[in-house]
Design a protein around this ligand. Structure first.
Ligand SMILES: [Ca+2]
Length: 495
């Protein structure tokens, strides 16, 4: 049967209002959940064989899962500042874990507050080690100093009182979040940030999950024993605070331990890390239940993510900071009005993209002159061409002398990593070059391979151009002097 042009026009006319009605007409609420040091592969929806996370998996199924999401500095405070402001570390200035987020910097919750949102932050803030006072941009701010504790943390409740509710951090932070959500006024949109401590070290699961993985064997990864051709500092890191033969965040009492039997300490550490994630999944379930039972599920944007990745034995390392894949990969899931369901995005998205994306989803004015881009266009196929390369930066920390300065570039296929000395003199560490398509585990460093000299030269040039575009010439790119990898343990107060 043929359809006449007029009939087609009528059909289009009928469809247009339906399509328009699908667009959200009222400002969506925002529930933002930030985990600390969460590896994507510690979640079921990112392929974990052992960690069951049905609540988080359900969010991914109902929304968008970003398969290639990255932090641009793999460290808590710099990454958190990028997520809030849309800026890279060299621009927001939070370049270590002891720097306050500059109060004058615009960030996405503050922008939503200007648009009439009620804004709340509960949980780990961790920009400004000893300051638990309320920060600008939030109507309600409940946090603590430093890392907080898995049990019985002392909280500063909105600058009004300090209290120490007994119990497990993940449960307590969810209780606070639900208290605030229950007190919302009908008709006013809200944005709530929930800063989870989990699964950050030192890993203490909730008692009911202490033995959840007793039957799972966890060997050291293959890459821990394939360090030939890698820069020397990687071998030097092995027995330190951030190496697999070191104390493993107290899971090993006698160290360094290079014995094969020492893997049992490593296995216990990973089990505990996974255990803390199970409680995060329970927390997500409670928050989602609340939204559904109060009729707010359909009009709430939920963004669930981690602040940085984590090495779990890869290349002989624990902790993060480096530019290797497990250190820079983060989980990122977004679900809400106007977003597709069951979509997996493979473009490289960054921590700095979160702020512009949330603001765009809320139809709020964008933050000016930022480094990140909204990924909403990626979801609808209407955006401009997406980035194909980006800059990674990390600055040597005297308090944690286990990782050199890093300036690196990651393209869709290649990764090139330089380790500047910090005084504009030529690099003293061998760089790293990986073909991420042929070698996703980064086992073979191609930096010194003559067959890849042209690729290395091209990536060096592109990295220099990325830096220069941000006015980070060799002379202008200030960073600490690399004092080398050291065996000393970090100060107890900052671990
Ligand atoms: Ca972190």
């Amino acid at each position: 049967m043929r359809t006449s042009p007029a009939a087609l026009w009528c059909l289009v006319a009928l469809l247009v209002p339906v399509a328009a009605a699908a667009e959200p007409t009222q400002a969506p609420n925002v529930l933002f959940i930030l985990c600390d040091d969460l590896r994507p592969d510690a979640l079921g929806c990112y392929g974990s064989k052992h960690v069951k996370t049905p609540q988080i998996d359900a969010l991914a199924a109902a929304g968008v899962r970003f398969a290639d999401a990255f932090c641009t500095t793999s460290l808590c405070s710099p990454s958190r500042a990028s997520i809030l402001t849309g800026l890279s570390a060299h621009r927001h200035g939070v370049r270590n874990n002891f720097t306050e987020l500059p109060a004058a910097l615009p960030h996405w919750p503050a922008r939503l507050r200007e648009q009439g949102y009620a804004t709340g932050y509960v949980g780990k803030w961790h920009m400004g080690e000893n300051n638990d006072a309320p920060r600008p941009g939030f109507d309600w701010f409940v946090s603590h100093t430093g890392q907080g504790k898995y049990f019985d943390t002392e909280w500063n409740v909105n600058g009004e009182r300090r209290e120490t509710p007994q119990g497990y951090y993940t449960t307590v932070v969810t209780d606070y979040a639900l208290d605030w959500l229950q007190s919302r006024q009908a008709g006013q949109p809200w944005a709530l940030c929930v800063g989870q401590k989990a699964p950050h070290s030192f890993y203490f699961p909730e008692p009911k999950y202490e033995h959840a993985f007793d039957d799972v064997r966890v060997p050291y990864p293959v890459s821990a024993f394939q360090l030939d051709g890698k820069p020397d500092w990687i071998r030097q890191r092995l027995p330190t605070w951030h190496g697999i033969y070191g104390p493993l965040f107290d899971w090993r009492k006698s160290f360094p331990d290079t014995s094969p039997e020492g893997v049992k300490d490593f296995e216990n550490m990973v089990h505990a890390y996974w255990g803390t994630v199970l409680s995060v999944d329970d927390s997500v379930g409670r928050l989602v239940d609340f939204l559904k039972t109060t009729g707010q599920w359909d009009n709430t944007l939920i963004v669930f993510m981690g602040d940085n990745g984590l090495l779990e034995g890869e290349h002989g390392m624990v902790d993060k900071r480096t530019m290797h894949e497990p250190s820079i990969r983060i989980p990122l899931i977004a679900r809400g009005p106007g977003l597709p369901a069951g979509r997996v995005v493979n473009e490289q998205v960054l921590t700095a993209d979160v702020a512009p994306s949330i603001l765009a989803a809320c139809h709020a004015p964008p933050l000016a002159d930022i480094d990140g881009r909204s990924w909403l266009g990626l979801l609808t196929g209407t955006g401009a061409p997406w980035r194909t390369e980006w800059l990674y930066e990390y600055n040597y920390e005297k308090q944690f002398p286990y990782t050199p300065n890093i300036r690196g570039i990651r393209t869709d296929r290649w990764k090139f990593v330089r380790y500047p000395h910090g005084d504009s003199t030529p690099d003293r560490h061998l760089p790293e070059l990986y073909d991420l398509v042929q070698d996703p585990g980064e086992l073979v460093n191609l930096a010194a391979d003559p067959a890849h000299a042209a690729t290395r030269a091209d990536l060096e040039r592109r990295l220099t151009a990325l830096l220069a575009a941000r006015r980070l010439t060799t002379e202008a790119d200030r960073m600490p002097l690399d004092e080398g990898i050291k065996s000393a343990l970090p100060d107890q107060k900052v671990r």
